[in-house]
Design a binder for this molecule. Structure first.
Ligand SMILES: [Zn+2]
Length: 369
């Protein structure tokens, strides 16, 4: 199994390189097992790979959803090459080892063992691995858009949870606010409208913004952080544009549309106080929060087959909420330590790949055999 993982890591699926090479390795692996699959390609190197292991049975399918892309190696020093896929002391190192090529490998291992042992499936296994989870979820949105057919009995997102059964995470709303002004010579600022001054007004107002709603027992509160700002071209020119990017993390039940409406309302308010104030709002990314009913039959059964006593919540966000339209309970579950993600020396224990394959197989057996 680790040989497949090494190849997947070596097929550097960063934003720059795209996911196509990784998708092709998976497609080849699936074809090698006699599983029909399809690679959906766009923009030359972006790709999703999907497969359906048919059964002819009448049970509803189980969907396993993964992402193909990885973040870049980052600034920190790696002890082993980030895209080498080197094996050391029972671990495979490299970008994506945990997040989440390890999960994909374990799942493919489970599918392989199910096929080799000739298990008689009573419902289909649907496999999808998508592009762009780390940036804009383009692959998952594309997959969800094209979805047709009956709702799965359940959806497993194969992110690294260290085998914890995760049913909740916060949502993510990233926006860019641009304040607009009018340029003028720096010696005569009264002839222009300074966009940085407008941004200061907006940021002051934002300090007092409240999301509303109660704290969540497991997820805590919402959060907001202004993480980039840029504006101005020269010291002697009044700037006509200033941009700030805001990262918000939201709780289940909170409407992102409502927050955007609040932002627009703040613009109007500031415009009333100052006729020169003008601003635009752009949504960079919006992923809802996840909260699956922990009492649902699917969740109870997953807990039982993997031998866990309770579900938990995590700090990171997944593509899971984009699958809400499929009408199935969603659980995040996979091998690997989430704390290693996006850092130098990311790795996965080979023993965890095997354990992951065993758990995914048990899930398949529980629902489809
Ligand atoms: Zn991930």
């Amino acid at each position: 199994m680790e040989e497949l993982l090494k190849r997947l890591i070596q097929a550097e699926s960063t934003c720059r390189a795209g996911e196509l090479d990784t998708a092709r390795i998976i497609a080849e692996f699936l074809s090698g097992m006699g599983v029909e699959n399809s690679v959906d390609i766009w923009e030359q190197n972006r790709a999703n790979v999907t497969a359906r292991i048919g059964s002819g049975g009448s049970r509803r399918p189980i969907l396993f959803a993964s992402h193909l892309d990885v973040v870049g190696p980052g600034e920190g020093r790696w002890s082993y090459p980030a895209f080498g896929g080197e094996e050391r002391c029972g671990r495979v190192y490299g970008r994506g080892a945990a997040d989440m090529k390890g999960g994909i490998t374990a799942l493919l291992g489970a599918i392989k063992s199910v096929l080799e042992d000739g298990l008689e499936l009573q419902g289909d296994i649907i496999f999808v691995a998508t592009a762009g989870e780390e940036t804009d979820s383009c692959g998952m949105l594309r997959f969800a858009d094209g979805w047709e057919g009956e709702s799965p009995a359940g959806i497993i997102i194969t992110e690294p949870t260290n085998f914890e059964v995760v049913t909740a995470h916060r949502g993510m709303l990233w926006v860019e606010v641009t304040t607009l002004g009018r340029t003028a010579h720096g010696s005569m600022p009264q002839l222009g409208v300074n966009a940085i001054t407008s941004m200061r007004r907006f940021l002051n107002r934002l300090e007092r913004y409240e999301f509303g709603g109660d704290r969540h027992p497991r997820l805590g509160g919402c959060s907001m952080s202004v993480n980039t700002i840029s504006g101005g071209k020269a010291v002697n020119v009044v700037p006509d544009r200033c941009r700030a990017r805001v990262d918000m993390r939201t709780l289940p039940g909170l409407s992102h549309e409502g927050i955007l409406e609040d932002f627009r309302e703040m613009f109007v308010e500031l415009g009333r106080d100052n006729a020169d104030f003008q601003a635009d709002l752009e949504i960079l990314r919006s992923v809802d929060a996840l909260e699956t009913d922990t009492e649902s039959e699917f969740v109870r059964e997953v807990l039982r087959v993997v031998g866990a006593s309770e579900t938990c919540a995590v700090g990171f966000t997944t593509d899971g909420p984009h699958l809400a339209g499929l009408g199935a309970p969603i659980v995040v579950f996979g091998p690997g330590d989430g704390n290693l993600c996006h850092k130098p020396d990311e790795y996965i224990e080979i023993a965890d790949l095997e354990r992951g394959a065993e758990y995914y197989r048990r899930i398949i057996e529980a629902f489809l055999c």
